[in-house]
Design a protein. Structure first.
Length: 102
């Protein structure tokens, strides 16, 4: 009896409805590739944002004898880098917490 069942070409339903096993594997693989690419892109974006944050903090670290024109430029550039780094690295994390599930 068990042998008769094993010889049939019955394929159970997959998680994707009534697709064949080959089609379901293809769909799972395609969705997995998209998810991996999206995760890799998000990690790269976070790394770039963290680097921008570090550059912003480094440009704000000035000595007391720095020329006032150069000081003003470094302070403005530092705060711009901090703002942009926060938006690039931490903004998507905050957005995903509050419901923008990309």
């Amino acid at each position: 009896m068990k042998k008769d069942f094993e010889e049939t070409t019955f394929q159970p339903d997959s998680a994707f409805g009534k697709l064949g096993r080959h089609d379901a594997d293809f769909a799972e693989t395609t969705f997995g590739q998209v998810a991996r690419r999206r995760k890799s892109k998000r990690r790269g974006q976070q790394l770039i944002g963290i680097l921008m944050l570090m550059l912003g903090y480094m440009s704000l670290a000035v000595t007391a004898d720095t020329d006032s024109g150069w000081l003003l430029f470094r302070v403005v550039a530092g705060f711009a880098l901090l703002f942009a780094g926060f938006a690039v690295a931490i903004g998507p994390i905050i957005a995903s917490i509050f419901g923008d599930h990309d």
